[in-house]
Structure formats: C-alpha cells, structure tokens
Design a protein around this ligand. Structure first.
Ligand code: ADP
Ligand code: MG
Length: 333
C-alpha cells in the first residue's frame, strides 16, 4: 500500500505563485523517495503540505490510505526534520529528544526508554546531557533525527537535512542517513537540490521543476533515460550533452564521448572535437570543445577517467567517438 499519496496537489500562494502545480505521486512502503529539483521549484511547500503545515489550494494528501487533508500535523503520524534542525537551544539533547513524547503525555519511564533507544541507534547516547551549541553540525542533525525517530512515525519528511554541513561532513552524514534508513525501514521523503545526494540516497527520485513532476524512477533509470531535457541536464555532472540535429536534440552523457582509438566500434559515431578546455576533477578529466559531425556544431564535454592514457591538447582538433547506442532523442521544441 502507498504510505503517502498525493492526488493532483496544488498550492497557490497569494499573488498567484503556483508553488506546486498539480502533483500526483505515491510512495511505496519502506521506500526512500527523494524529491529533487532546483531552489524555488516547490519542494518545501510540497513537504509542508504532507506534514500538514500548509493547506493545499486543491487536491488531497493521503497517509496510509486515509485522506488527511485538513487534519493538523499531530494527527498524521509523520515526523519532519527541518533544514535548520529547529532544536531548542536551552534544552539538553535529552530534553530535545523527548519533547514530542512529553507533549503526547507519555509516561516518564517509557520516554526514557525511547530516548535511550533512539540515541544509541544514532550514536549520540554520550551527548544526552549537552546543549545544542555544544554539538557539531553532524551531531545536531542526529539529535534532530532522534527526536523524529522516538515518535515512531509512519513517514519521515526530511527537508535538505545536510545543507548546513560542510562538504566533507556531508558525505559521511549521507552515508549515516542511508544506514539509518536501512535499519529503521520507515518510509522517507527526502528533499534536496543536490543531484549527487539524490542519486546516492534514493530508492526512487522524483524530479521537480516549477511545481511540476518531470519524472519519477530509480536513480539509474532517471540518469540513463531522462524524460526530457530538463531532467537530462539537471542530473549528471557535467550534464548530458545535447546536440541539435534536424528537428531533434541528440543527447549523450559525457562518459560516452571518448577519444577515438584505431577502431570505431559498430554503431559508434566519429566526431571532430575542437578542444578548448581540460579540467581535472575527482580523478576525471573533463574535456570541453566544439563537436562537428553529429548535427549543428555544438559545445560538448567528455568525461574521461584521468588514468586513461589518451593525449588531449587544448587548441587542437581531435577525433572522438560517441557511443551511438547510448543516444537519447528529445524533441527540439
Ligand atoms: P524549494 O523548497 O524547492 O526551494 P519552496 O517550496 O520553498 O521551494 O518555494 C516554491 C515557490 O513558492 C517559490 O517561488 C517561493 O518563493 C514561493 N513561496 C514559498 N512559500 C511562500 C509563501 N509563504 N508565500 C508566498 N510564496 C511562497
Ligand atoms: Mg526548500
């Protein structure tokens, strides 16, 4: 059964901004669904409507098969972790974690048991006496997660929970979040604008733009078969190359454009690349240039593992090949 189901959900703010513009989407039980899209595309608004913090203009939110549109947040069995973590600065970690349980009038010994369980699951049992300001960013995030976890919600809603962490911490926090999800197995809707995070965490990715759903699918499917040019260029780094040809755009990933060897495999296409820039990034070489021979001359990028020993020289025109079987075609309109 779908745990969260959105039916033709619309949110229009005063002034006519359609932050969410008719979204149909359902999570599967235990799924990690990532909502991915650029800043301002409506991700937070969508999450707030699931949580009950924002009323939809029209459409419905269902949780566990029941319409919850109009019900207050506490009646929804969801827990939301905000970008800012929203911890109470003057309360200890322990008091922060049990806060929702006190509010629900749970007896003290049961509260203690739940807090200990959540804290040890998240590796913060030794921090229960501290105040938030005595914690690192990653520890604060774990406290916010523990506070969400103690309520044993049907759904976790996470709004860019890693965005306050520095790059190094983000990678390890992402790893922790994934292990945490595997262990807890609660349906999670995770919002991010970062496609790397989305690819790494999501069982499925839902790509949003301007309040609309562009594509939903497992990460590799969204990467290999983007539904449109928005998805094709939003996901992948560097983004998919798009070359205009007659009335279509030919799309291919940078890793499918390679220096030509002695032999061109069947179905591959030779192009001439006027190389204008080479960058080294994370063990890859990104080779930029203008390609001729596929369609209109177009600036494209090739991504080569830096260890591949193929000389590429800025300012020269070189023969490259493109994996024809990996072409994707998009309408040019
Ligand atoms: P995201 O989380 O993807 O960055 P948001 O859901 O925060 O996007 O915002 C989507 C759009 O709705 C933006 O154009 C934003 O300015 C607008 N918006 C969000 N909240 C409000 C509000 N309370 N009043 C008016 N406009 C809003
Ligand atoms: Mg947001």
């Amino acid at each position: 059964m779908a745990i969260v189901e959105l039916k033709n959900l619309v949110k229009e703010f005063p002034g006519g901004v359609r932050a969410v513009d008719g979204i149909d989407l359902a999570t599967e039980e235990g799924e990690y669904l990532v909502l991915l899209g650029p800043s301002g595309c409506g991700k937070t608004t969508l999450l707030r409507m699931i949580a009950g913090l924002e009323e939809p203009t029209s459409g419905d939110v269902l949780i566990d098969g029941h319409v919850v549109t109009g019900l207050p947040p506490r009646a929804r069995q969801i827990a939301m972790v905000f970008q800012s973590y929203a911890l109470y600065p003057h309360k200890t970690v322990y008091a922060n974690i049990v806060f929702p349980l006190r509010a629900a009038k749970m007896p003290k010994d049961e509260r203690d048991r739940k807090a200990q369980w959540a804290a040890s699951l998240l590796g913060i049992a030794h921090l229960l006496g501290r105040k938030p300001r005595q914690l690192s960013g990653g520890e604060r995030q774990r406290v916010a997660l523990a506070r969400a976890l103690v309520r044993q919600p049907k759904v976790f809603l996470l709004d860019e929970p890693l965005s306050n962490l520095d790059a190094k911490l983000r990678a390890s926090a992402r790893d922790e979040l994934k292990r945490f999800q595997d262990e807890v197995d609660t349906t999670t809707v995770y919002v991010t604008h970062d496609q790397v995070e989305a690819m790494g965490l999501g069982d499925r990715i839902a790509v949003l733009s301007e309040g609309r759903l562009r594509q939903v699918g497992p990460p590799m499917q969204v990467y290999d078969d983007p539904a449109d040019t928005f998805v094709a260029t939003f996901i992948g780094s560097p983004p998919m190359n798009l070359v205009p040809r007659e009335d279509v755009l030919v799309g291919f990933r940078p890793e499918h454009l390679l220096p030509a060897g002695d032999r061109v495999p069947d179905g591959w296409v030779t192009v001439k690349l006027a190389v204008d820039r080479v960058e080294y990034l994370s063990g890859d070489r990104h080779v930029w240039g203008t390609a001729q021979g596929l369609g209109e001359p177009t600036r494209v990028v090739s991504r080569l593992p830096a260890i591949v020993d193929a000389p590429v020289t800025v300012g020269e025109e070189q023969r490259f090949v493109v994996a024809g079987p990996r072409f994707r075609f998009f309408s040019a309109s």
